[in-house]
Write a protein that binds this ligand. Sequence first.
Ligand code: URA
Ligand code: SF4
Length: 221
Amino acid sequence: MATAQTAGAARYVPQDHGLESLRAAAQGCHGCALFEDATQAVFGRGAAGAPIMLVGEQPGDREDRAGEPFVGPAGRLLARALADAGIDPSVTYQTNAVKHFKFTRKDGKRRIHQKPSRTEVVACRPWLLAEIDAVRPQVIVCLGATAAQSLLGADFRVSTHRGEELRLPRAVLGAPVTPEPVVVATVHPSAVLRDRSDRHDEAYKSFVEDLRGARSAADGV
Ligand code: URA
Ligand code: SF4
C-alpha cells in the first residue's frame, strides 16, 4: 500500500512504550519501503534506564542477519572505543536512527550499504523517540550525521558541533521528557574504521575522547 509506505512509523508504534512491546511491533513496521528487502527490523539492545544511549545510522549486513545492532566490524571498533573510554557496555543502550538495512546488490549477491534518505530517517524517527521515552537516558550519543540529523535537524553539522553538550529541540522531542537528556554528536565508528590514512590513530583517539566526554555528562558512570 503506497500510502502506508510513505506515512512513517508513527502508526506502528504502540501506546505501550515498554521496550519489549516496541521491539515486537517494529517487526511489523511498513513506515517506509526499507522493510521490503531487509531480513528484519533491528531494534535497540540494552536496558531501560541505561544512562548512555548510543545511536548509529542503520543496521549493516551482519546486523541485518543477526537482528542485533553493532555486531559487525563497526560494532567491534565501537566496543573497543567504549572500553578505552571506560564505559561498560552494560550502561549503554545501543540502537540506530533507521531500523531496517538499506543496500544495493553488487554482482547480484554482495549487499552494499546505502545511506538512508532524509525521508527514511524521518519516517523511522518515531521508533527512536519511543526508545528515548522507554530508556530515559541521561546522555544520547549520536554516532555520525544520520543519527545527529535525525535528532537535531537536517542542518546539523557534526564537524561544527562535535563533542558539544546539546539538547533535543522541542520540535523533535514532541512531549518533554524528564530529565532532559544531554545530546552529544561524534563521528560514526565506521568512519574511523575506514580512515586508513596516517591520521587513523588520531581519529580513533578523538572518537574515544568524545565518548569520554559523554561519560562525564552522565552521573555515576
Ligand atoms: N553501523 C550502524 O550505524 N549501526 C549498526 O548497528 C552497525 C553498523
Ligand atoms: Fe519502519 Fe523504520 Fe523499517 Fe522504515 S526503516 S519500515 S520506518 S522500521
